[in-house]
Design a protein around this ligand. Structure first.
Ligand SMILES: [Zn+2]
Length: 318
């Protein structure tokens, strides 16, 4: 088997739907790709790391010649215990990543021929779990911070989100309870490089203390000034894109409980918006699916608590 490094895999990934269909037409082809992404082409025993393994159970599992341990293709990954062929997962990954605006659970259900909406919904959530912080480099060197309200047309269901954006670059969105100084500090420390320079509006939550001494311009603008040269335009641009996506692809039907998972998907795609050949984003997602530890659907749903990123802070303060 040829040894492929992650970058080769990425470069080699089909760029169009017909190329994708030709490349991953069989379960064997999908498995070979999976093995390349997970083990660099040479499967190893999960217990003793031996590479002396042979295939059993129609190619879904390897048995170790040295210790007898059986390692399934998907064990220890996000797809552990899946009852579906990899070919179907690859297809779903392609559908969610190759489209500029992703896909709704309803459309995925139709395309994949799932009997229930719930199956499609849970597949999307599984894949979103692979999109969490997939690019872990903190933002910099110039970062705008802002907040926005998302959801519920003027009603009581608007949810607060903190936004960080590099000028013309990457962004992060975090669903929060409030925008007090403590929350702003957690957000900045979690998402922004320690030596970055920060621009905010006049919001009092951002101060030398909450920004841990980062360089800071607090720019208070009138509406007219903002129209002329918005100091936090990257943030406004990011949130308006995200809102449009939630309303468009998902018809606004996103509950507060799962809002962060949708932000994770949005940011995963948004931060790769300049990637040549959008289908290659699928290769990055497969890498992440392979690398993330196994989690059951129950764990993913239970973990999607409201404002989960900062849940512990608020519990501690309460
Ligand atoms: Zn072994």
């Amino acid at each position: 088997m040829t040894q492929l490094l992650p970058d080769d895999l990425w470069r080699d990934f089909p760029k169009t739907a017909p190329a994708f269909e030709a490349r991953f037409a069989s379960e064997e082809a999908c498995r070979a790709y999976w093995i390349a992404a997970r083990w660099g082409g040479e499967p190893a025993c999960a217990r003793c790391q031996s590479k002396r393994v042979w295939t059993i159970r129609e190619g879904t599992t390897f048995e170790c010649a040295d210790c007898g341990h059986q390692t399934s293709l998907t064990s220890g990954t996000l797809l552990e215990k899946t009852h579906y062929p990899l070919k179907m997962w690859f297809r779903a990954i392609f559908e969610i990543t190759a489209r500029r605006n992703g896909i709704s659970a309803k459309d995925l259900q139709r395309i994949m021929g799932f009997g229930s909406y719930k199956t499609a919904w849970s597949w999307l959530h599984k894949l979103r779990a692979a999109m969490v912080r997939s690019d872990s480099e903190p933002l910099g060197p110039f970062v705008q911070l802002d907040e926005a309200l998302v959801g519920g047309k003027g009603g009581p269901h608007k949810e607060l989100v903190l936004v960080a954006a590099e000028a013309n670059g990457r962004a992060r969105l975090v669903h929060v309870e409030n925008n007090d100084a403590e929350t702003c500090k957690r957000f900045a420390d979690g998402e922004v490089a320690a030596d970055a320079h920060v621009v905010t509006d006049g919001h009092a939550g951002y101060s030398a203390r909450s920004l841990s001494g980062r360089g800071h311009d607090a720019v208070v603008q009138t509406k007219a000034e903002r129209r002329e040269a918005d100091a936090v335009q990257g943030c406004h641009w990011t949130t308006s894109n995200c809102k449009r996506w939630l309303l468009g692809t998902h018809a606004g039907a996103v509950s507060a409980k799962h809002l962060q998972a949708y932000f994770d998907e949005f940011v995963f795609r948004y931060n790769r918006r300049k990637t040549q050949g959008p289908a290659r984003i699928a290769a990055r997602l497969i890498e992440s699916v392979v690398a993330k530890p196994a989690r059951t659907m129950r764990q993913i749903i239970d973990g999607a608590r409201r404002c989960r990123r900062f849940g512990s802070v608020h519990a501690a303060l309460a």
